[in-house]
Design a protein around this ligand. Structure first.
Ligand SMILES: [Zn+2]
Length: 391
């Protein structure tokens, strides 16, 4: 409460004569009133990890339902393992990254990717990246507080999540999304996700690694309805500023839409927002600055929202910055805002090729890899029997 007052005080001091606008609304604490989103925005990695343990050790305090207690434990282990100092992050020593992976036994062949995905399954979907795992952890603890809105909850929550991602591992994704769904007088469920990020390219066949990741993201989206309208990984018309194709599934909205929109109860409306890392406040949470991070859904997301019966207008608000379209949203290839691991004493393995900002690793435009286009299995991978390993 003190923090809330200080936030309002700070804001009002700068806007003494301004009428109250939505951006001056108070924001609500998360998880049964336990988490002040503004103060948690600046937490260190250690504090974030302590928080995860506190939630697991005191489920009733945080409003955790019994049925997700064991999943939270499993998620925490996977997140820690895939964070910068974690065992899975470091597991493949020549190419450390936030992606769960194994060395391809056939990787010596020039036609094969050096790395293969090693996925974990949560709620029937494959996960492999610490950023999306963290988004899931934060999403299943407990629902949004009563009265949660875009301004008073989901935006500060999403910015906190984005800032935490920036801390747990290098190469944080460019984009972050939160979708929420709920009926009348019900506390809304929400789901956080990030765009494809956190990976590094092995020196050999790096393009194939990108293709594997892009294909896996597309497979998360793929279902009978996307098939029925002919959505394929190549059918996206979205282009980066360098005219590279951006495939379906790349966006931060991917997991949130799959979890909340795809199989929604018809009585529920689904809303959402997306923010870009590039505009994230550096030091402390600041609501006017937070509003400036908002981005409209790109054409790919609009397609997917439409296919699954959602309303694109539920993902757009009046106070979005002008020009917050995909062209300027970070779906293109902005200059990397992430600390370069080479500049921070991070041991640079010899095998790894750190891509230049031009390669846009965190929010990649689809790279035209040499060799055949990625194959699409007849069934979405999460519906296929062997869903844990790429083809
Ligand atoms: Zn999008």
């Amino acid at each position: 409460m003190a923090l809330l007052q200080s936030y309002l005080g700070e804001y009002n001091n700068r806007n003494v004569n301004s009428p109250m606008t939505p951006s001056t609304e108070a924001y609500l604490p998360a998880y049964n009133g336990q988490l002040n989103l503004a103060s948690a925005f600046v937490w260190s990695v250690t504090r974030i990890q302590v928080f995860m343990i506190e939630v697991i050790d005191n489920p009733s305090t945080y409003g955790v339902e019994r049925k997700v207690e064991s999943e939270l434990k499993r998620l925490r282990t996977d997140i820690v393992d895939l964070s910068q100092k974690g065992s899975k992050y470091q597991s493949e020593a020549s190419c450390p990254q936030a992606i769960s992976r194994i060395v391809n036994p056939a990787g010596a062949s020039k036609d094969e990717s050096y790395l293969l995905l090693d996925t974990m399954t949560y709620e029937g979907l494959p996960y492999w990246c610490s950023f999306d795992l963290l988004g899931r952890f934060l999403s299943i603890i407990s629902p949004a507080p009563q009265g949660a809105t875009h301004h008073n909850f989901y935006l500060p929550l999403t910015l906190m999540y984005a800032n935490w991602c920036r801390k747990i591992a290098p190469k944080a994704p460019w984009m972050y999304s939160c979708a929420w769904a709920g009926g009348k007088d019900k506390q809304s469920r929400f789901h956080l996700g990030a765009s494809l990020g956190g990976y590094s390219l092995p020196k050999e066949q790096g393009g194939r690694w990108v293709s594997i990741l892009q294909q896996a993201r597309f497979d998360i989206l793929r279902d009978e309805r996307t098939d029925a309208v002919g959505l394929t990984i190549q059918s996206s018309t979205l282009r980066s500023s360098k005219r590279k194709p951006i495939p379906y599934g790349n966006c931060a909205e991917t997991y949130p839409l799959v979890h909340l929109l795809r199989n929604r109860d018809p009585s529920e409306e689904v809303y959402g927002l997306a923010v870009m890392l590039r505009k994230l406040p550096e030091a402390a949470y600041n609501h006017p600055q937070a509003l400036d991070t908002l981005v409209r859904p790109c054409s790919n997301c609009q397609d997917v929202i439409g296919i699954w019966g959602g309303k694109v207008e539920n993902f757009i608000t009046d106070d979005m910055p002008e020009n917050s379209t995909t062209a300027s949203s970070g779906v293109q290839s902005p200059i990397s805002p992430c600390p370069d691991p080479r500049a921070s004493g991070f041991a640079l393995p010899t095998r790894i090729k750190w891509p230049s900002p031009e390669d846009d690793t965190a929010e990649p435009a689809a790279k035209r890899v040499k060799g055949p286009a990625p194959e699409i299995s007849r069934k979405p991978s999460h519906l296929a029997k062997r869903k844990d390993k790429p083809q």
